[in-house]
Write a protein that binds this ligand. Structure first.
Ligand SMILES: O=C(CO)COP(=O)(O)O
Length: 140
């Protein structure tokens, strides 16, 4: 991972205000990185914060899968995904697939504001940390 992180922002409808509020609170930090988002989330974050967000398709229409494909290609470092734990989603399989490929791809995943705050506060966030180098440094 390079110092300039490639960050995907995704939120289910009930969680969009919380993600926009989180992004606004961390606007200065996020402005130094490359931001991607599913369609509606990306639009709301851009509108609410003035940050530049590259928008993919809406989640239920393939946006989650597009983000998953980027992760499979090694094109994203961090996924901030405020999922709704209280509502059944028609595209639940896409959500599961996205979290699965994120786990496999060593992507940093934050599913709520508490974790997202820890991620941006980490000393690793503004470093050239890579999970592979970290493992090598701490092996045996
Ligand atoms: O459904 C989503 C994630 O599963 C988010 O999609 P939107 O940002 O287009 O609402």
């Amino acid at each position: 991972m390079k110092a300039r992180k490639r960050i995907a922002l995704v939120a289910h409808d009930a969680m969009k205000p919380a993600l926009v509020a989180w992004a606004a609170r961390n606007r200065e930090v996020l402005a130094r990185h490359e931001l991607w988002g599913t369609g509606t989330t990306g639009g709301k974050v851009a509108e609410g914060t003035g940050l530049e967000v590259k928008r993919l398709k809406s989640g239920p229409l393939g946006g989650d899968q597009q983000i998953g494909a980027m992760i499979a290609e090694g094109e994203l470092d961090i996924l901030v995904f405020f999922s709704d734990p209280l509502t059944a989603m028609p595209h639940d399989v896409d959500v599961k697939a996205l979290l699965r490929i994120s786990t496999l791809g060593q992507v940093v995943v934050a599913c709520n504001a508490a974790t997202a705050d820890f991620v941006v506060a980490s000393s690793l966030f503004d470093s050239d940390y890579t999970p592979q180098e970290f493992e090598a440094a701490h092996a045996g």
